[in-house]
Design a protein. Structure first.
Length: 544
C-alpha cells in the first residue's frame, strides 16, 4: 500500500465537471453499537462525496456530524470562488458552526467530528481532510492511501515505523489531534485542513471510509473485495461493511465507493500483471546469482567491494525473532547493523544496550515487558543507548516495582535514536535521561506513575519529543523535579500532554523556544487552559 505525497498542486480552478461516475455509499452502526454517529453523502451527478465521523459519543458526536454535513453540502453547492477555496471554506464554516452549537447545551460540550470530502472535477479530485477518516485510490498498481491520519498511531503507520496490523491493534489507535468543531478556525490555519489534488483517471476508483472499516479489516482485504466486485458499487460497499462486522464491528462503519467509467475492466488484466511482476522478480534473482558467481572472476578489490555491498543489502533485510523466555540482550549482541529484532509478547528480565543501526521492536505494541534482572542495582537503567546512531526502540513497556526496582527507564548518551510507542513506569531516578550530544526522538510514549522525574535532559542534548503523555510522575518525596532541564539543553516539545505539570517547568528554556513549548503542548489540571486554537488528542467517535 503506497502513500501519495501530501502536497496539493493546483492545475486549474473551474466548476466541477460532470463525469459518468458509478458510486454507492452505506453507513452501518456496526455490530456492537446501538447509535450510528457516522454520516455519509454521495452525489455522483455533482461529483461530491463526504464521510463524517462524529467524535464524542456521549458529547453528541452524531449531532456534530449532522451540523458539519448540512453546512458542507450547502457551501459546496455555491459556485463562488475556486474549488479548493470552496472546500476549505465549507470545512471551516462547518467547524465554527459545530463549535458554536456546542455552547448551546451542556450535553453537547466537547462535540466534534472528523471528515474527508472529495469533489471530482473532470480528471482530478479535490480532497479536504481533517482527522482519521480516509481516502484510498485504486488502480491497476494496487491500493494507495491518499490522506494521512491526524493521529499519533497513524503517523507511525504512514512513516512505516509500525505495520498496518500493529496500527489496527494499537491501544491508542483512536486518538486524533485534529478535528472539526473543538476550536474556532479560519481557512488559512496551517495545521487544520489537509488539501490534496489527486488525478482521477477513467480506469481508477476512489474509496472513502471511517475508521470503523480500517480498524477492522486490512487494506489487502479492501483491495480484494473491490477487485472481485468492481462494476457493482452497491455490492462493493455492502461487502466491505459485512467484512468489518464479521471482524467484530466494534465501531460505526461508513464506506463511499466511486468508480471511473473504465475501472471494472482492470479485473481482466490483473492476472497478467501479477505474472509480469513474477517474471521481473525471477529475472532480478537470476541476475543476483550471476553477479555473485561472476564476482569470483573480478579483480580482488572489485570482488571485495561487491561482497561488502551484498552483505550490506542482506543485513538491511535481516530479521531476528526473540521468543518469550529468551534473552533480548543476546539477540542484540549478535545482530548486524541494519537488522530488525522482533520481540514476542512476554516478560523479559534484561538490561539492554542498543546497537548501531539496529531496530528493536515489540511485535505486539506494549506486549513485551522489560524488567531489570534480579542482580541489578536500583540505580541501573533498563535500556542504554551510548554513542550510537540510527537505532530504534519501539513498542515496549518498561516497569519497575518492589519486586524488580528500576533506576532509569531509558538512558541516552551521545546518541541519535528513536524511542517510539514505549510505556515507562516505576522508575526511581527518571523515566528517560538524555545526556551528552544526543539528538533522540521520543514519539507516542506514555511516561506515567514514576517515583522519579519524567525526564532529565542534560546540557548539550537536543531531543525531539512529540505526541507523548506525561501523567503522575515525581511521586516520591525524594524527587526534586518532575521535569529537569539543565541549562544548555535544547529540547523540542510538540503535541505532548502534561498532567500535573505546569508551564513553569519550562522557565529555564529561553524564548522564543519557551513560547513555542507553551503554545504547542497541553497542560492539564495545572493552570488555565491553552489558547482556543488547540486541543489535546481525544478519543475518536464512540470511544471513551
Amino acid at each position: 500500500m503506497g502513500a501519495v505525497p501530501h502536497a496539493a498542486r493546483l492545475i486549474r480552478d473551474a466548476p466541477p465537471a460532470a463525469r459518468a461516475l458509478r458510486a454507492a455509499a452505506v453507513s452501518d452502526p456496526g455490530s456492537q453499537r446501538e447509535v450510528n454517529e457516522d454520516r455519509v453523502y454521495a452525489d455522483p451527478s455533482r461529483g461530491i462525496f463526504i464521510v463524517v465521523d462524529g467524535v464524542g459519543g456521549q458529547a453528541a458526536g452524531g449531532r456534530a456530524a449532522d451540523i458539519a454535513l448540512t453546512t458542507i453540502k450547502a457551501r459546496l453547492e455555491r459556485d463562488a470562488g475556486s474549488l479548493v477555496d470552496r472546500v476549505k471554506d465549507a470545512i471551516t464554516v462547518a467547524n465554527n458552526d459545530v463549535f458554536r452549537a456546542a455552547a448551546v447545551r451542556p450535553e453537547w460540550r466537547g462535540m466534534a467530528c472528523v471528515l474527508t470530502i472529495v469533489v471530482v472535477d473532470g480528471d482530478r479530485a479535490i480532497v479536504g481532510h481533517v482527522g482519521d477518516t480516509r481516502l484510498y485510490k485504486l488502480t491497476r498498481a494496487g491500493l494507495a492511501k491518499i490522506t494521512r491520519d491526524h493521529s499519533p498511531v497513524g503517523e507511525r503507520e504512514d512513516a512505516r515505523q509500525i505495520s498496518e496490523l500493529d496500527a489496527m491493534q494499537h491501544p491508542r489507535r483512536n486518538e486524533v489531534y485534529r478535528d472539526v468543531g473543538s476550536d474556532l478556525h479560519d481557512p488559512w490555519d496551517p495545521d487544520f485542513i489537509d488539501i490534496y489534488e489527486v488525478p482521477f483517471e477513467a480506469d481508477a476508483a476512489l474509496l472513502l471510509c471511517s475508521d470503523g472499516l480500517t480498524d477492522a479489516i486490512a487494506s489487502t482485504a479492501i483491495r480484494a473485495a473491490v477487485s472481485k466486485l468492481a462494476g457493482d458499487p452497491a455490492r462493493v460497499v455492502q461487502s466491505l461493511v459485512n467484512a468489518a462486522n464479521a471482524a467484530g464491528g466494534k465501531d460505526n462503519i461508513t464506506v463511499v465507493y466511486v468508480e471511473g467509467e473504465q475501472f471494472a475492466g482492470i479485473r481482466q488484466s490483473e492476472r497478467p500483471l501479477r505474472w509480469r511482476w513474477a517474471i521481473r522478480i525471477a529475472v532480478v534473482g537470476v541476475l543476483a546469482v550471476a553477479a555473485a558467481v561472476g564476482a569470483e572472476r573480478l579483480r580482488p578489490e572489485w570482488r571485495t567491494s561487491l561482497q561488502r555491498r551484498l552483505a550490506s543489502a542482506v543485513a538491511t533485510r535481516a530479521a531476528i525473532v526473540v521468543e518469550a523466555g529468551a534473552s533480548i540482550a543476546d539477540a542484540l549482541g549478535r545482530a548486524p547493523a541494519g537488522a530488525t529484532i522482533f520481540v514476542e509478547p512476554g516478560e523479559y528480565h534484561d538490561r539492554l544496550k542498543l546497537r548501531d543501526g539496529v531496530r528493536l521492536v515489540s511485535r505486539q505494541p506494549r506486549g513485551a515487558v522489560i524488567r531489570l534482572p534480579g542482580g541489578a542495582s536500583e540505580a541501573d537503567p533498563a535500556v542504554v543507548a551510548a554513542g550510537i546512531q540510527d537505532a530504534e526502540f519501539a513498542g515496549f513497556r518498561i516497569i519497575g516495582d518492589a519486586a524488580s526496582p528500576l533506576g532509569t527507564g531509558v538512558l541516552v548518551s551521545d546518541s541519535n535514536v528513536s524511542i517510539v510507542d514505549v510505556e515507562i513506569s516505576g522508575a526511581k531516578a527518571a523515566a528517560i535521561e538524555i545526556a551528552g550530544r544526543s539528538t533522540p526522538s521520543v514519539v507516542g510514549t506514555d511516561i506515567r506513575d514514576n517515583p522519579g522525574a519524567a525526564l532529565i535532559i542534560r546540557a548539550g542534548a537536543s531531543p525531539r519529543l512529540v505526541h507523548n503523555v506525561f501523567i503522575r510522575n515525581g511521586l516520591s518525596t525524594a524527587a526534586s523535579e518532575i521535569l529537569l532541564l539543565v541549562a544548555g539543553a535544547e529540547p523540542r516539545f510538540s503535541g505532548n500532554v502534561f498532567r500535573g505539570l505546569s508551564r513553569s517547568a519550562f522557565e529555564s528554556v529561553p524564548d522564543p523556544a519557551r513560547s513555542g513549548i507553551v503554545r504547542d503542548n497541553w497542560f492539564l489540571d495545572a493552570e488555565p487552559g491553552r489558547p482556543a486554537s488547540s486541543r489535546p488528542p481525544r478519543a475518536a467517535a464512540g470511544h471513551p
